[in-house]
Design a protein. Structure first.
Length: 123
């Protein structure tokens, strides 16, 4: 985001602020924050028990089936590949105290939908 900000500043002949100041303003004035990216793992993978090898094998076969289905949708007309991603729900407004957290009445649910299909070109 800071890179986009610097491009915008240069295009509009504006003076740029430092990365640190940009981050401070973004965190304090807009009630948003920067977090550490985490990878998703399931409880079976985290547990590390005997069934992990079979579990990972099943996951790999599922991912290869998804890849095959996606390829089919790109290559063939009449086939559409659709994925849905129910992302993290967010409380509104963002509060830091635990008592008020449980009193929140409004939640933001974010869902991502991605569709893949063969492009039809019409003359």
């Amino acid at each position: 985001m800071y890179k986009l900000y610097t491009v915008w500043s240069n295009e509009n002949s504006r003076k740029k602020v430092s990365t640190r100041l940009y981050r401070d303003i973004f965190n304090t004035k807009f009630n948003l924050g920067f977090g550490v990216l985490r990878s998703d793992t399931c409880c079976i993978c985290d547990r590390g028990s005997e069934g992990v090898a079979q579990h990972r094998s099943r996951a790999e076969s599922a991912f290869s089936a998804m890849k095959h289905d996606r390829k089919q949708a790109v290559e063939n007309e009449g086939i559409m590949y659709v994925t849905f991603d129910m992302q993290k729900k967010l409380p509104l407004p963002k509060l830091s105290t635990s008592i008020s957290f449980y009193l929140i009445q409004l939640w933001l649910y974010n869902i991502g939908i991605h569709m893949v299909m063969k492009n039809e070109t019409r003359a």
